[in-house]
Design a protein around this ligand. Structure first.
Ligand code: SF4
Ligand code: SF4
Ligand code: FES
Length: 365
């Protein structure tokens, strides 16, 4: 097949930048990385990019295709070539470009090191001398985070890092969760304290681009959510972001709505609220703020309360409330055509049946 690519060439020593077009004859199974190899081999030996494993495990070949981060060795070109598209290939975002598609990974590794990416052992060796065993449920909490290959695709897409390069970022925080969720680690509180500092978890804007672009399914945003939930569970809630999250839950539980008028005093305190009074009054004049009294209570508020009750009943506080175990994913993938709810919950290994509105007895699980 004929594959055409436009590549942003760049040389940091001269500052020269140019968009160059190339076309190669490639086998139908060729990936983007194969095409770059062909271009370098046949047309221009000065083209710079990183690669090593060619099978999605070393994390070297992160770059952007049409503005979105990809692993070059994972990206098949057949459909793109058949559609007659000419994608634009450029270096990853949020990292300084050294040459063409090669970025300086030093800022990435600095953040990585800052979160202490190693186990601080704090477990007792089993008496029988055997290995320390972790339950499947505990492993599920950090299963996805363990899949990270340090490619930087999530960092490339992170909006929060773009506006504040100091932000720890999705990869480092996902790695942090990998150790916070590890029952053998003894530094959970110290880690969470550090990740709750300035430029930590609460600076994430929840844009979900990191989940969208991660080629290994790590879902870094979910890892950050787990870190937030663990922080709140352990009482590390001094940050405004943590107080904001707590108020969301309280508000949803009591009224089924987010009571926006109380959001500012509850998260920022009374002094900050008084300072923002003029702004609040102008919002109210334009009908943007509902009157605080009497509080509006949703008709089906019981459903919100039951959800909260369910989380408590299943003891799914903290990161456990965010687990997307393999079984849950499998169920999502295959649906439940033809099965009644009773049959689904009677499957071997199924999650406990939730307490739903209308159930006769609480704990029908
Ligand atoms: S969800 Fe957060 S960490 Fe992920 S890309 Fe967006 S701002 Fe960055
Ligand atoms: S979380 Fe995903 S995108 Fe980010 S470095 Fe790890 S593997 Fe790459
Ligand atoms: S070359 Fe190793 S991940 Fe692509």
């Amino acid at each position: 097949m004929q594959v055409a690519l436009k590549i942003w060439r760049y040389d940091s020593s001269t500052g020269e930048r140019a968009l160059k077009e190339y076309e190669v004859d490639a086998p139908e199974e060729a990936t983007l990385l194969d095409c770059l190899d062909l271009i370098k081999d046949r047309y221009d030996g000065t083209l710079a990019y990183r690669k090593s494993c060619r099978m999605m495990i070393c994390g070297s070949c992160g770059m952007r295709m049409d503005g979105a981060a990809v692993l070059a060795c994972k990206t098949r070109m057949y459909e793109i070539a058949q559609a007659g598209r000419v994608p634009v290939i450029s270096a990853m975002g949020n990292l300084p470009v050294v040459k063409d598609l090669v970025v300086d990974m030093q800022p990435f590794w600095d953040k990585f090191r800052a979160i202490k990416p190693y186990l601080e052992p704090g477990y007792e060796q089993p008496e029988d001398g055997r290995e320390y065993r972790i339950s499947q449920e505990q492993m599920n909490v950090i299963h996805k985070e363990s899949l990270c290959i340090n490619c930087g695709c999530c960092v490339s897409e992170c909006n929060a890092m773009e506006s504040n390069p100091e932000f720890l970022g999705p990869q480092a925080l996902a790695k942090g969760m990998r150790f916070v969720g590890d029952p053998r680690d003894a530094a959970t509180v110290e880690r969470l304290e550090a990740y709750n500092s300035e430029h930590g978890i609460w600076e994430c804007t929840r844009c979900y681009f990191c989940n969208e672009r991660c080629p290994k399914g790590v879902d870094p945003r979910d890892a950050i959510a787990k870190l937030g939930a663990e922080s709140v569970r352990l009482g590390i809630d001094r940050d405004m972001g943590a107080r904001h999250a707590k108020w969301f839950i309280r508000s949803a539980e009591t009224t089924g709505w987010l009571r926006e008028t109380e959001l500012v005093p509850k998260t920022q305190g009374v002094v900050a609220s008084i300072k923002q009074m003029r702004f609040a009054l102008s919002l109210a004049r334009h009908g943007k703020v509902p009157p605080p009294f009497p509080p509006h209570v949703a008709k089906d508020v019981r459903e919100a309360r039951n959800l909260r009750k369910l989380v408590r009943m299943q003891d799914r506080q903290g990161a456990l409330g965010h687990v997307q175990g393999e079984r849950a994913l499998e169920r999502l993938a295959h649906g439940h055509a033809g099965e009644t709810l009773e049959e689904i919950y009677a499957r071997p290994g199924a999650a406990p049946r939730p307490y739903l509105p209308g159930d006769e007895t609480e704990g029908a699980a």
